[in-house]
Design a protein around this ligand. Structure first.
Ligand code: BG6
Length: 490
């Protein structure tokens, strides 16, 4: 059985021996096989520099899937998936190797999808190699993943390189946050519920918080991370993407073009951070050693391969404003960091309090209505609202309560991993969950001056925080100076 107009594809994974392929892509393909979401004639072609034949590749792939699958391994599903696998030995820096790939791809007339699960410095060699042997056919698609540059200029360079061989409608840029179920639900939540649809603006909303906190550190990626920092690694892409979906106007339709159009408008309306007042708007931190889950963990500067003087931030929180009518005077507070107390991601919409409440004399301190959208762990949505305390009280006592909708309560539904969703969409050829060139470049336009300010001025000095806490002290200051506070994890 084949569902959801999925097409017969040849999915070529460059970097099939690497971490991304083993941890994420291959287990995701196994799951899609399980859900019967892969066309019967689809083939999966692992491309890498190795003297393997397909039989060896199948063995190695099985091992990787068993290791990284988050459920019991089923031999029947595996058998079906394994029949799709082919290995091709490729040195992407040598054009002649692409002929090996061409021979395999020419056997069928499938739609070709190239997944570049390789470091960006290899991208151009792949684009060129494919072009040389005319494998960049008009119906082919190519998937690339961050980092797409480290600034506007370098990102333009990658975009220019790829656009010599593939048109924008063939390029699928992954931001894996866009594949997360709770992010996908934001469109439904905002545009299918009249309660939220009509009240999603500065008249009713006081402010919005977006937190993406991680308890892991740099995990042997020190060299990569140190030239990125948390601003480029997380804010430029994941957090800004979440912000655009939260903030955009309703698109004319659910098509890729209309959604992207609205997202870009938000990126273009981001108010420039005033570099002279940067320490009022941005808190930058770097972790020193501390305790996480009862275990002592080293400082960032003591991690494997570290430069002892690194000034790179592992934490950032910032106040962001959007220059448009809907969001005038509504701050968005963004916060993300490594080695924090807990791994969790959450969006909190805080509504305005009623100005002159009927119950003012009894309760001054009730919290405002909040919509709390948990992305991870245990995705759920909570709505915090005010009720009368039941009972024979003399006074009119009120309290805040939460209504909760948890994704795990849903019968007959399963939570799809982001890579499962994104691979599935790429096989369908739908780009709305992928990022366009213009989004990437608009995001860099806004981020570049901030990073420039970190580097060239001493106004905003790096602060240190103990691993296992919620970041440096000035992160609280960023929000407390506006008489607000970070929503606590619970
Ligand atoms: C990646 C970043 O894009 O996202 C990593 O490069 C980060 O530094 C990861 O750890 C977080 O993803 P998730 O899905 O675990 O929140």
């Amino acid at each position: 059985m084949i569902t959801d107009n999925n097409q017969a594809c040849d999915l070529v994974i460059f970097g099939t021996k690497g971490d991304l392929a083993k941890r994420k892509l291959l287990p995701a393909l196994y799951k899609l096989e399980k859900y019967q979401k892969i066309h019967p004639n689809t083939r999966i072609i692992g491309a890498g520099r190795a003297d393997w034949n397909t039989e060896e590749y199948i063995k190695i792939t099985k091992k990787a899937i068993k290791l990284f699958l988050n459920e019991k391994f089923d031999e029947n599903i595996w058998k079906k998936l394994s029949l799709r696998l082919i290995f091709v030995n490729i040195d992407v820096f040598k054009d002649c190797y692409f002929l090996n790939l061409k021979k395999i791809l020419d056997q069928k007339k499938n739609i070709i999808i190239y997944y570049c699960a390789v470091p960006p410095n290899t991208f151009n060699a792949i684009f060129k190699g494919l072009g040389k042997v005319n494998l960049n056919t008009l119906s082919s698609r190519i998937i690339i993943e961050k980092p797409l540059g480290i600034c506007l200029e370098t990102s333009k360079k990658i975009n220019n390189q790829i656009s010599k061989y593939f048109s924008e409608s063939q390029i699928f840029r992954i931001d894996h946050y866009l594949g997360k179920e709770a992010i996908l639900n934001l469109l439904a939540l905002r545009f299918a519920n009249s309660l939220f649809f009509h009240n999603w603006n500065q008249k009713i909303i006081d402010h919005i918080q977006i937190t993406v906190s991680e308890s892991v550190g740099i995990e042997n990626r020190w060299n990569y991370f140190d030239q990125m920092g948390q601003t480029r690694d997380m804010i430029q892409n994941h957090l800004l993407q979440i912000l655009t979906i939260i903030a955009m106007d309703q698109p004319k339709s659910i098509t890729t073009e209309d959604i992207r159009y609205e997202k870009i408008k938000i990126l273009q309306s981001l108010k420039k951070i005033d570099i002279n007042k940067i320490s009022n708007t941005i808190a930058r931190g770097q972790y020193i050693s501390g305790i996480i889950n009862g275990k002592k963990v080293p400082a960032y500067r003591e991690e494997y391969g570290a430069n002892k003087n690194s000034q790179t931030e592992t934490f950032i929180s910032m106040k962001v404003q959007i220059n448009n009518d809907r969001w005038c005077c509504v701050p968005f507070y963004l916060r993300t960091g490594k080695r924090l107390e807990k791994k969790y991601s959450e969006i909190v919409i805080v509504f305005k309090k009623i100005e002159k409440s009927l119950f003012e004399e009894f309760n001054n301190n009730l919290s405002p209505n909040k919509l709390i959208i948990r992305l991870e762990p245990n995705p759920n949505i909570k709505f915090e609202f005010i009720n009368k305390v039941p009972g024979l009280n003399k006074e009119y006592k009120l309290e805040s309560n939460k209504m909760e909708y948890s994704y795990f309560d849903l019968k007959n539904n399963y939570l799809i991993d982001a890579y499962e969703r994104l691979l599935f969409e790429s096989m369908r050829g739908i780009q709305s969950l992928f990022v366009s060139r213009y989004e990437v470049e608009e995001a860099w336009k806004w981020i570049d001056p901030i990073i420039y300010a970190y580097q060239k001025t001493n106004i905003n000095t790096l602060q240190f925080y103990n691993a296992g806490t919620w970041g440096p002290k000035n992160s609280d200051m960023i929000i407390m100076q506006d008489n607000r506070s970070w929503e606590k994890f619970n």
